[in-house]
Design a protein around this ligand. Structure first.
Ligand SMILES: [Ca+2]
Ligand SMILES: [Ca+2]
Length: 169
């Protein structure tokens, strides 16, 4: 008790004095919020490592970012999970977005929505749109069955185009 009351003010005071910071002076890099929806069907979810990368219209690129919330089962069927994706300062408008997944637990990606650091909404245009997209360790292939089409991607999704606003409506 005594120690806490003695120590906390010394730690907190400089932080309080430092805030508010002028715009652009923040030391944290700007970040997109990436909302990834997993298909709602059997075996759609994964427990593998998933990463994402975003590229701007000027060719600027984020690092590959691991999407993982601690103490949470990420990417289960029917879930939509949101992760931070830091980008370099002056990143600009997003042009494309790509996913990577390691391991052998196949994953069906339903949709990806991006929000810029300033709150602008973008949607990842997951072409082709006439089927489901699976990221697997298997070879690239298209599987057509009774009323369905599955696009199997080998570890990487296509570097899908990013569109401002909504895909439909
Ligand atoms: Ca799976
Ligand atoms: Ca999982």
């Amino acid at each position: 008790m005594f120690r806490r009351s003695l120590v906390v003010p010394t730690l907190v005071l400089p932080l309080l004095l430092a805030a508010p910071q002028p715009v652009g002076a923040a030391t944290r890099s700007p970040a997109f919020a990436v909302s990834v929806a997993t298909c709602n069907q059997g075996y759609a979810g994964t427990d593998d490592s998933v990463q994402g990368r975003i590229t701007s219209t000027t060719g600027a690129q984020s690092s590959w970012q691991e999407f993982d919330k601690p103490y949470y089962n990420d990417f289960e069927a029917g879930d939509s999970d949101t992760y931070g994706l830091p980008v370099p300062a002056g990143f600009g408008e997003p042009a494309s977005f790509q996913l990577w997944k390691g391991g052998s637990d196949d994953w069906c990606v339903k949709s990806v929505i991006l929000r810029s650091p300033s709150g602008k909404k973008y949607v990842v245009n997951m072409q082709p749109t006439n089927g489901t997209h699976w990221i697997t360790e298997d070879a690239e292939r298209v599987e057509r069955g009774n009323g369905y089409t599955r696009y199997w991607h080998h570890e990487y999704s296509p570097d899908w185009q990013v569109i401002e606003g909504e895909l439909y409506g």
